[in-house]
Structure formats: structure tokens, C-alpha cells
Design a protein around this ligand. Structure first.
Ligand code: GDG
Length: 760
């Protein structure tokens, strides 16, 4: 039992934070209402104990196992534990529902039908958010957060949204299904995007890693090279690389093996055999009572062998430990009924008086008893229909330093990739399973020893400590996390650059043979006004742009977040000025000399699916707008935009928060937060990409860009040596020069006209 001392300090900064559905301790409420914590030793706890010892400060975020208010954070076994609250409804919807009745069957190849309810998904989303909110603030700057398993697939992205400075790893303990099966999952893209918040994604088997990568490629269309996924950035943020790798989990092999030396445990093993009536052979199965474990198939094979007279129940006894699991989920109740009916039938038909043909144990045992059972077992049956790894297989091997015993192993368990010397079976083939059992019961001692030596070599060399160490080391190497401030920021504050500095830059720029001059519209050519339709562009600035566009070797473009038609009606530019609307999604007519083929229009295609998506986004944004008076929704051909400039009080902040929260639930949508606007584009665009394309289409040797908004940072982020970026107004920017306002913009354009005109 941990020595629990409560701490109120929820903001402690930890080097390593583990996030898992369950804490490594169980809470128990004492009669006087106080909470007692009891250590629950599992494989993950053991693995983490060893790595926690290597860091100065470790933490674990998880649920304590009891519905209702979560206790305050506390210290136990040298770790800080942060309990997460799950209400009864969360337990039913997030845990028993979406995790164990939707994801679990789907990820295990639909052995039973997955059930889905939208309320379950809502609860999964909010519970994941609670785990993320508990974990994000407690990691140290530049620290590491390791998220575990299918219950928490949205957590990596949710943490990243709050902490871009930490390394985030995710390990999936269960299989990842083929893309055909995964595609059935409602909200599949949200799950993929949630996972891709991590820097490193770990899976049990190579096939799981490959399945994940192909799901990302097929469903999100992201670029993939080998096992590296390139995740497009949100708004102006850069592309991020996510590594996918296989890390087969293991056990604390040395500790398990050492238990077999204990005289008491040896005696227990001998006693067990006597209790069963001294059979020549003991066959053992140990599983959570779960339909993935193939318990029914195993019992069927055993029952038929008895029916066929191929096994004499006086000679051989089967022990089936079926630990109670998920008993409130319907499929598990049904399984229990079926298993117990079958065991009753087999015993009724075959058990000699006073001893079982199948000794069925529907309760759990302590670790020492488990080891005694493994030591007594001549054959262990692992017949999973689908299993991430299966630790029982490895525990049996670690429990046999005497090199006796046979492991029958399903090819559908992850362990099959490593434990090649086991007797492999396809558990769906009952005849094959029966033959494998008979072969194992009859296997000569030397053959057993040879196989067991090879199996032990594998298990003793690759233990859970190595597994955790390898994962964390790979995470460490998976690229530096972004520092809290992006490195491209060149100017902060409000102060405009020295006039002389701007003049020097403009003079040098005007000398470049072929130029592109591009500018944002609102806040640059026209002052910002609260009524977007009443915008008044600076006539002199527009004139300067028009005249520049008529000079040889000069291309001019206006690049705006506004829809193309809207931009056109407010600027009335001649065809020599290129208009780009909707952050690059819409490009107007090009002057004849521009290389139109450079413009890849393919991304502009609106499919029916995208139309539908846009309609549903628009509807949701309208709902958000109704809840926050003063906010409004603009629709564009490829995007919907929430404008919050005219909201009352905290309305702008609240509406933006709701919109960004909603954004996290969406499939592949480019979400661009700007100055009191949030844009949801269903075709991927950025002003940066648009300017880059225009520069190529006009064969420009250098470009100049004027912008005031965060969406303009995607342009400034790609400034080359000869290019010129001018930030209009205050704020952090990747541009190297700052000018004050639209008046200064007019000055810059007129000066450029002068300089370039003189060159003629
Ligand atoms: C998931 C994946 C993956 C069972 N009964 C008792 C008991 N156990 C222990 C076993 C073993 C563990 O529980 C079960 O681990 P498995 O690997 O077999 O399966 P899952 O619970 O489904 O675990 C699985 C694993 O995560 C790790 O990544 O391998 O594929 O499904 O350690 O010995 N332990 C004790 N008493 C029992 O009655 N003490």
C-alpha cells in the first residue's frame, strides 16, 4: 500500500508524465468516508517504475477506479499521482461504451459487432479532454508526456494544442485494424487527428504500424514517407513530422523468473497437482474473460478431444482462469454465460467423481499463485482470436527456467511475431487446435527443452524495462519539440522600423529584374472597420498598385481571406492585378504573360462530400454565432468563417473558444484563426502557398509582401534572402520590417513606383 500524502500543488512540473486510463493504484472508500489507495501491480506499472527511477520527477495521470469526484493529487512510491474525475455517466459512455463496446471490438477485427452511439462519442471527447487538461499543466517545459492506449486517442492532439513545447508519445496496447475495418468507425478522422498530435506513435506489431500509416494516407490524404507522416500545420504553423514505430511490449522477465526459486511457490505448484488428483498432464489457460481471447474455441477443442476419447480425463486436466472483466458490457455477460454453460456440459459429461475435467476459476489470483500455476502447467494454451501482444504467453516462458512445458500460441496474438518456437495455431481451425493440443501433450522432453530454451532467450533478453527505455529514447530522438515561441519571430512589439532601414530595403528590392508585389487587403490597403461591407480602401494605394502592375517585370497581386467576388467588388482592379481570395483557395484571372499551368487548381475541386462537410460546419458555426450575439458567419465557396469582431463583452473570446473546440472534432479541415475571425476551409489553403505559387507563375526573382494579420505569417514564414516582408501594425512577426498603418502602406507603394519608374 502506498504511503499517500496529499498535495495541493497541482502545477508541479514533471520531467515525465504518464497518462493512462487507470492510475497505478485503486481507490477504496473506508467506512469513515476516507479514501485508501492500494497499489495495483500491472505490467505497465512495473515498466514505468523502472523508468520513473531514472527521472528527477515523474507523474501519472489517470482514473482512480471509482465514479464521482476525484481526490486531490498525492504522492505514492516516489511518483505524483493526479486522479482524473469520471462520473457514472462517463464510466457508462466513455469507458464501457465508446472504449469497450465500440473501439475494442472494432480494433479486434469485429469478433463481436461494435455498437456506436453519438452520446458515447460526446463522452469520449469530454473525458479525453479532462485527461489532457490534467496532464498538460503538470509537465515541465520541454518535458515528456507518454499517453497510453485506445481509451485516450484524442489526448495527444489536445495536449499539443496547449503545450507545443513538450514531447508527446502514444502507445497503443491493442491491435490497430486494417483500413477497411477502421473506415467503419464513425469519427474515424477525428481519432486519426487526435493520435497525430503525438511526435511518436508506438504499436505492438509491424502490421499494426502499417495499418495505421495506410489509414492516415487513405483517409486524411497526408504525405507519408516510409514510417514518417507529414502532418500539415494549422493556420500558419509549419508541417510536423510524426514517427510510427513498432515496440513489442514485454514483462518484468527477471522478476517472474526469480519467483520460481521461492520454495513456498514451488510447494504450491506441487500441491496444485495433488489437489487435481495427480493427473499426468495439466493444461492451463489464463485470460481476462474476454471474447478476444478465444476461450470458447479452446473449450470446444478440449470438449471434442474428450468426446472423441483422445484424452482421458483421469490423465489430463484443464485449468481455465477467466478473470472477471467488463461485466456491465452486454457482450461480456453473454460470453460468461456461454463459457460457464460449456464448462458445465464438459464436466457433466466427462469429469470423474471428485475431480474436474475443466477446473474453471472465475476470480483472480495473486501473482505468486499465478506463478505456481505456470510452474505446474505442462501445456499453456494462448488461443486469442486477436490480441495486441498477450503477456500470459511471455509469463509462462519466464516461469519455466526448468525448460519444461509447451506453449501453444495463436498466430493472431502479437507475441507470435517474437515467440517463433511456440506451437503455432490458427484457433479458428478447431481440428488444427485439437491436433496442436495432442502434439503438445505428447511432446518428448528434449523437444520441449529445445523450444523453451529458444523462447526464454527471447523473453529474458527483451523485457518490459527495455521496451519502455526504447520507446522513450526514440521519442527523445524524434526531433526537437517546438520551443514555446516559434523561432521565426523577428520582430515583437509595436514600434515601426527606422525610415532609413525601410528606404534601403525598398531601393535594393526595386533593382531586382523580375518582381512580385503582393499585399493583403483588410488592415493593409483598407483600414479595418467593424462592418466588413463598408470597407473603404485607400484610393491612392490602389492607384499605386495598378500603376506598378503596368511596369515591365512587375507582377502585382492582392491576397485576401475574403471571397474572390467580394474582393473584386471592393477593389475593381484591372486584369493586370491578380486577385486571390479565400486565403488562396480562389484565384482570379491571370495576365496573359503569367504561367497559368503553375497554378494547381486541383485542390479547389469541391466534391459532394466536401460540400456536405461545409454545410454542416456552416450550420454549427451559425449555432455558435446565435449563442454569442454580435458574432456572424460568412460563407465562401470553399470555407465558412466565424467573425467575432462585433461580439459583446467576452463574447468574442467565448465564441472563438467554442469554434476552436469544435475544430478539434472535425475531419480534415484547415482551421485558420485570425484577428477576431476563425476560418474553416474544406480545401487546404494558405496565403503562403498562394504567394509561393504566384512567385513561380510570374517567374519572379524576389517578392515583397505586405500583411497585418496572423494569416499573413504563412507568407512571412517563407521569406528568402532577396524577398521583403513588411508587417503592418503591431504584433509578433516573421517579417523583418514593420510599418505603422495603411497610410504607411500607401507611402511604401508610391515610393516603390518611383524607384522602379526611375529604373526605366
Ligand atoms: C492488453 C492487450 C497486451 C490475468 N488474470 C490474472 C492476472 N492476469 C494477468 C496476466 C497478464 C495480464 O493480466 C493480462 O495481460 P494480457 O496481455 O494477456 O491481456 P490484456 O489484459 O487484454 O492486455 C494485450 C497488454 O495490454 C499489454 O500491452 O499484451 O494484448 O489486450 O499479465 O498474468 N494476474 C493476476 N491474477 C489473475 O487472476 N495476478
Amino acid at each position: 500500500m502506498p504511503s499517500a500524502s496529499s498535495t495541493q500543488d497541482a502545477q508541479r512540473q514533471h520531467e515525465l508524465v504518464v497518462v493512462a486510463n487507470r492510475l497505478p493504484v485503486d481507490s477504496r472508500t473506508l467506512p469513515d468516508g476516507a479514501t485508501e489507495w492500494v497499489t495495483s501491480p500491472g505490467g505497465l506499472v512495473t515498466a514505468m517504475e523502472s523508468v520513473m527511477r531514472t527521472v528527477d520527477s515523474g507523474a501519472w495521470v489517470g482514473w482512480g477506479g471509482t465514479a464521482g469526484e476525484a481526490p486531490e493529487p498525492f504522492e505514492a512510491d516516489g511518483m505524483s499521482l493526479y486522479p482524473v474525475r469520471l462520473d457514472q455517466e462517463d464510466v457508462e459512455r466513455y469507458y464501457e461504451g465508446f472504449s469497450n463496446a465500440t473501439l475494442w471490438p472494432l480494433y479486434h477485427d469485429v469478433i463481436v459487432d461494435p455498437e456506436f452511439h453519438r452520446t458515447w462519442w460526446d463522452s469520449y471527447l469530454s473525458a479525453n479532454r479532462r485527461f489532457a487538461e490534467a496532464a498538460a499543466p503538470v509537465a515541465a517545459p520541454g518535458g515528456t508526456i507518454w499517453v497510453h492506449d485506445y481509451q485516450l486517442q484524442l489526448v495527444p492532439q489536445m495536449i499539443r494544442a496547449k503545450r507545443s513545447d513538450v514531447r508527446i508519445g502514444f502507445f497503443n496496447h491493442i491491435p490497430f485494424p486494417s483500413v477497411e475495418l477502421f473506415s467503419q468507425l464513425p469519427k474515424r478522422n477525428s481519432i486519426l487527428r487526435g493520435l497525430l498530435g503525438a511526435d511518436l506513435l508506438g504499436f505492438q506489431r509491424e502490421s499494426d504500424s502499417l495499418n495505421f500509416v495506410s489509414a492516415v494516407r487513405r483517409l486524411l490524404g497526408y504525405h507519408v514517407e516510409g514510417m514518417t507522416i507529414f502532418v500539415p500545420g494549422l493556420g500558419a504553423s509549419p508541417v510536423r513530422e510524426v514517427q510510427v514505430q513498432t515496440f513489442p511490449i514485454s514483462i518484468d522477465s527477471a522478476a517472474v523468473s526469480a519467483l520460481t526459486e521461492d520454495p513456498q511457490i514451488r510447494e504450491r505448484a506441487a500441491q496444485l497437482r495433488r489437489d487435481l488428483g495427480d493427473p499426468a498432464k495439466i493444461v492451463l489457460g489464463v485470460d481476462r474473460l474476454d471474447y478476444t481471447k478465444g476461450i470458447r474455441h479452446r473449450l470446444k477443442a478440449w470438449g471434442e478431444l474428450l468426446d472423441d476419447g483422445l484424452i482421458d480425463p483421469h490423465d489430463a486436466v484443464m485449468i481455465q482462469v477467466a478473470t472477471p472483466s467488463r461485466e456491465r458490457v452486454e457482450a461480456y455477460r453473454q460470453l460468461r454465460d456461454e463459457v460457464e454453460l460449456t464448462v458445465g456440459r464438459i464436466n457433466g459429461e466427462h469429469a470423474p467423481i471428485g475431480r474436474p475435467a475443466v477446473s474453471y476459476q472465475h476470480h483472480s489470483f495473486d501473482r505468486r499463485d499465478m506463478t505456481a500455476m505456470f510452474m505446474a502447467a505442462d501445456v499453456v494454451l494462448v488461443t486469442a482470436l486477436r490480441d495486441g501482444m498477450n503477456l500470459v504467453a511471455k509469463e509462462y516462458v519466464a516461469s519455466r527456467p526448468d525448460l519444461h512445458g509447451v506453449l501453444v500460441l495463436s498466430e493472431f496474438a502479437g507475441a507470435a511475431d517474437e515467440l517463433r518456437a511456440a506451437v503455432m495455431v490458427n484457433p479458428h481451425d478447431i481440428d488444427e487446435l485439437k491436433a496442436a493440443i495432442l502434439r503438445s501433450l505428447a511432446m518428448p522432453a528434449e523437444e520441449q527443452e529445445e523450444a523453451m530454451r529458444s523462447l526464454r532467450h527471447q523473453v529474458m533478453e527483451h523485457d518490459v524495462q527495455t521496451w519502455a527505455h526504447n520507446f522513450l529514447q526514440q521519442l527523445e530522438e524524434s526531433g526537437d519539440p517546438e520551443p514555446a515561441v516559434t523561432p521565426t519571430i523577428h520582430l515583437t512589439g509595436e514600434t515601426p522600423s527606422e525610415a532609413g532601414e525601410v528606404e534601403t530595403a525598398l531601393t535594393a528590392f526595386a533593382e531586382v529584374p523580375r518582381l512580385l508585389i503582393a499585399s493583403d487587403f483588410d488592415g493593409v490597403i483598407a483600414p479595418i472597420v467593424s462592418d466588413r461591407d463598408a470597407v473603404q480602401p485607400d484610393a491612392a494605394a490602389l492607384t499605386a498598385l495598378r500603376e506598378l502592375s503596368e511596369l515591365p517585370g512587375v507582377a502585382v497581386a492582392l491576397v485576401s481571406g475574403r471571397a474572390l467576388a467580394d474582393l473584386d467588388s471592393h477593389t475593381r482592379m484591372p486584369s493586370s492585378v491578380v486577385l486571390v481570395g479565400s486565403h488562396g483557395a480562389e484565384v482570379g484571372a491571370l495576365p496573359p504573360w503569367m504561367q497559368a499551368e503553375v497554378l494547381d487548381q486541383s485542390s479547389l475541386t469541391m466534391t459532394e462530400q466536401k460540400e456536405e462537410l461545409l454545410a454542416s460546419i456552416t450550420a454549427t458555426l451559425r449555432r455558435i454565432a446565435r449563442a454569442h450575439p454580435g458574432t456572424e458567419v460568412e460563407t465562401k465557396p470553399t470555407a465558412a468563417v466565424l467573425h467575432t469582431r462585433n461580439a459583446k463583452g467576452r463574447g468574442s473570446i467565448n465564441a472563438t473558444e467554442s469554434a476552436l473546440e469544435y475544430a478539434m472534432t472535425l475531419p480534415d479541415v484547415t482551421v485558420t484563426p485570425g484577428k477576431e475571425v476563425v476560418e474553416f476551409a474544406v480545401v487546404p489553403t494558405s496565403k503562403g502557398a498562394a504567394v509561393d505559387t504566384l512567385a513561380r507563375a510570374s517567374a519572379a526573382d524576389a517578392w515583397l509582401y505586405l500583411g497585418d494579420d496572423v494569416t499573413d505569417e504563412s507568407v512571412f514564414a517563407q521569406l528568402g534572402d532577396r524577398d521583403l516582408g513588411l508587417k503592418v501594425g503591431g504584433g509578433d512577426t516573421a517579417a523583418r520590417l514593420r510599418i505603422a498603418d495603411t497610410e504607411a502602406v500607401r507611402g511604401v507603394l508610391q515610393r516603390l513606383l518611383e524607384l522602379r519608374g526611375q529604373r526605366r
